[in-house]
Design a protein around this ligand. Structure first.
Ligand SMILES: *Cc1c(COP(=O)(O)O)cnc(C)c1O
Length: 439
């Protein structure tokens, strides 16, 4: 498999380097040189394949031998180990539940697969791989759970003290084994700064194999294509065109859907659903991309003002003439944005109408689907439910005026002992700790 950087298309890289580096030196994003079309017979017979088999076929076509088939099968067996069920709401609306993993959000798919690939590519190294992650809450939980007990890898998570929720903190600090949590006496920006400095430090680079688990790593995007196929497989085969509505922040999830479509999945259209952070719907409307600082909303995992995967979206639809990229993209994607009041009303309405409890992110996706279907009533729509409603317990219970059941794996965390190392927001101390504990 060969990959290029969105900023420099002629310098090609292999899968191993792209996964281990995360970002090309020119600060572009890695993209596969070829997104292969899967055989029509495979698409026609999707119903005959398990989720894992679907994942295997996608990877085999994409990787082109970069991972031998036996290893690939094993790796997928460990990465794809929870389901992605589709639930029907009514005749033309479905929900794809992506929250059945350990951290109760779709990011578990990407994090687990990345963990398996990194561990695989690191298997012949004598030195342990140390992954540094700064988190404001959610990403850290998915990454920690994804790498838990992965051989040859340690994960060091920096989180801002007092600025993550109790359950988020438990997700970061109670796993043990190869997961180490540092409670930083500072803000998320301090955590990020400390991690950035560590990657630039020559002495650290000489004694510890450091890498990041960046959200734009290509190995997080690839597994997100799997569940578009898995969802399509579960829909009734009635000939109506299928559309996916994707609650979006950095647009990784939507980009993975676009890749699935390139691989031959017959998706009629994508719906980019956002909260007030609506730069992509704005672009689809006007052709102008105006990134700006994010604003805080109820669906806060989508509070992104300058979506990192937008560069990949442009790359996928790149046209030669003025305005042609925009026109190409608009054929396949429509964008809609909704405010918090509309989101709250949708959470309540979906509970009343369908007896289904949706989280605020999924609710934004539902609103966008509803809007789209007003003009396209013959479609079958799938909303990606990106997190379990219990992750936003206070908000959702407040809106619904009733209790929301908390999955056992989340409830169990509350009783577990927190283990974290206290760390001032200072690079010197952090470096000393790394050298003392991991070198
Ligand atoms: C990360 C996240 C999103 C946004 O996904 P992107 O791939 O960044 O667009 C949406 N919902 C939830 C719950 C998330 O955690």
């Amino acid at each position: 498999m060969k990959l290029y950087s969105t900023k420099q298309k002629d310098a090609l890289t292999g899968l191993k380097e792209a996964v281990m580096k995360g970002l090309p030196d020119d600060n572009g994003l890695y993209m596969p040189l070829e997104i292969p079309r899967l055989p029509a017979s495979f698409i026609r017979n999707l119903g005959g394949y398990s989720f894992r088999e679907i994942a295997f076929h996608i990877c085999r076509a994409l990787f082109k031998g970069a991972v031998p088939e036996d290893d690939l099968e094993e790796l997928i067996g460990r990465a794809v180990n929870f389901p992605a069920p589709v639930v029907q709401l009514d005749d033309d609306k479905y929900v794809l539940e992506l929250f059945h993993g350990p951290s109760l959000a779709f990011k578990d798919f990407g994090a687990r697969f990345m963990a398996q690939l990194m561990s695989y590519f690191n298997r012949e190294e004598s030195r342990e791989l140390v992954i540094l992650v700064a988190t404001s809450g959610d990403t850290g939980g998915a990454v920690a759970a994804g790498f838990l007990q992965t051989p040859g890898v340690k994960v060091v998570i920096l989180y801002p003290s007092g600025k993550v929720s109790m359950l988020q903190e438990k997700q970061l600090t109670t796993l043990g084994h190869n997961i180490l949590a540092l409670e930083v006496d500072g803000t998320f920006d301090d955590c990020q700064e400390m991690v950035k400095k560590a990657f630039l430090d020559k002495e650290l680079a000489g004694s510890i194999r450091l890498t990041s688990a960046n959200s734009i790593n290509i190995s997080r995007l690839i597994p997100q294509t799997f569940y578009y196929f898995e969802a399509y497989k579960q829909l009734p085969d009635d000939g109506r065109p299928v559309v996916f509505s994707v609650p979006s922040g950095n647009f990784g999830n939507l980009t993975a859907g676009l890749m699935a479509q390139r691989m031959g999945l017959p998706v009629h259209h994508f719906i980019a659903a956002t909260n007030a952070n609506d730069v992509v719907p704005g672009y689809l409307e006007s052709g102008l991309f105006n990134p700006r600082p994010s604003v805080r909303t109820l669906s806060n995992a989508m509070d992104v003002g300058n979506p990192s995967n937008f560069a990949r979206m442009l790359d996928l639809y790149e046209g030669k003439e003025e305005g042609s990229t925009w026109n190409n993209m608009r054929k396949f994607i429509s964008g809609y944005a909704f405010d918090d009041e509309q989101t709250r009303a949708a959470v309540a309405e979906i509970s009343r109408r369908y007896n289904y409890t949706i989280d605020p992110h999924g609710a934004v996706g539902f609103l966008a689907l509803e809007q789209y279907q007003k003009a396209h009533s013959n479609t079958k729509g799938v909303v990606l439910e990106t997190a379990h409603p219990a992750k936003f317990l206070d908000e959702v219970e407040g809106i619904l005026g009733r209790e929301v059941a908390v999955p056992g794996r989340l409830a169990a965390l509350a009783g577990r002992e927190k283990e974290a190392v206290w760390m001032p927001a200072d690079f010197g101390g952090f470096k000393e700790w790394l050298l003392g504990n991991l070198a």
